[in-house]
Design a protein around this ligand. Structure first.
Ligand code: ADP
Ligand code: MG
Length: 315
């Protein structure tokens, strides 16, 4: 973690105080920051280096912001505000203090079936909203873009109002997500940098002139949703065993494997995992997009319906 002294100051961003760097991308750094005008209000700020971008890359950022503006779902990172200076775009986002789901997979090696279900169901709820209500496809679903708001620590400890740094560290060490009161917490989809509007959510019609829309446009809409379903299959596979379904040192070989849908439930890692989970994954990692499960079929699958909620009331 970066020390506080090294955090930059940006003209135009005086309202917020940067606290720590949380992540970065090709053209951006993401910081945790506090709002100087509202006490205890923390946000995430994606600082995008506008000056390094050409005009089409800039318009993509504006598109990302425009799409996020329309979205309102508990499992999608909310856009709080947007500012720009001559050199930067500042995308102010709802903070996900837990960071990337990716780091939790690395930390825990893999998730139990109950914990995996709890996570993927939240991703699915977000995709259901995107695909069926908002008319948006994400197109970049992966563990790095799935963030979370941690569930309260269990067992809850009595803490002083202001914990010392020492106690903060101790808490971090004891934070073990699991299916309990709140599972891992609330999963939120982030990074709409590659997302696309597939239809107008105001009129519920395809983009462009209705009646003149070619069949390939209508099909394209369906295919782009199925791209998210494939990616969700890869995420579910990875959650359950700790490694991705497709991997190879050589990009060329990897591309071949993906194109053929060449993956296996590798022994011994998959030996103990239920047939039902494997069945669901195989319906997502289906090469033919027409045969691949859509979001409704996913939500209807026995492995998902089996136990929607971790049983809280012991009879
Ligand atoms: P990029 O398009 O460069 O991948 P992202 O929007 O995915 O940008 O952000 C990069 C990283 O920054 C994320 O993978 C995550 O680690 C961190 N990040 C982004 N948004 C948030 C947020 N709202 N809360 C916490 N961390 C975030
Ligand atoms: Mg990203």
């Amino acid at each position: 973690r970066e020390s506080k002294g090294k955090l930059p100051k940006y003209p135009g961003l005086e309202r917020w105080t940067l606290l720590e760097k949380m992540g970065d991308g090709a053209f951006s750094n993401v910081y945790r920051a506090s709002d100087n005008q509202r006490e205890y209000q923390e946000v995430a700020i994606k600082v995008v280096r506008k000056f390094e971008m050409n005009s089409s890359q800039r318009s993509n950022i504006l598109k990302e912001v425009q799409i996020m503006r329309q979205l309102d779902h508990p499992n999608i990172v909310k856009l709080v505000d947007f500012h720009e200076s001559r050199q930067y775009y500042f995308i102010i986002l709802e903070l996900c203090p837990g960071g990337e789901l990716f780091h939790q997979i690395v930390r825990l090696t893999y998730f139990s079936e109950d914990l995996s279900r709890h996570v993927i169901l939240q991703v699915a709820k977000a995709l259901e909203y995107l695909h069926e209500t908002a008319g948006v496809v994400h197109r970049d679903i992966k563990p790095e873009n799935l963030l979370f708001y941690p569930a309260p620590l269990i067992p809850s400890k009595s803490r002083k109002l202001k914990p010392t740094d020492e106690e903060d560290k101790a808490d971090e060490g004891e934070f073990v997500p699991g299916v309990g009161a709140g599972g891992i917490g609330v999963i939120k989809i982030a990074d709409f940098g590659l997302s696309k509007v597939i239809w107008d959510s105001q009129t519920m019609t395809p983009c462009g002139t209705v009646g003149y829309t070619a069949p390939e446009i209508v099909k394209d809409e369906r295919y782009s949703k199925s791209v998210d379903m494939w990616a969700m299959g890869c995420v579910l596979y990875t959650l359950l065993c700790g490694f991705p379904p497709f991997y190879d040192e050589s990009i060329q070989t990897l591309t071949e494997k993906v194109a053929r849908g060449q993956y296996t439930f590798l022994s011994p890692w998959w030996d103990e995992i239920s047939q039902s989970a494997k069945d669901l994954i195989s319906h997502l990692l289906t090469v033919d997009p027409d045969k691949r499960y859509d979001i409704h079929q996913f939500l209807d699958h026995p492995w998902i319906r089996e136990s929607q909620e971790p049983t809280t009331s012991a009879a």
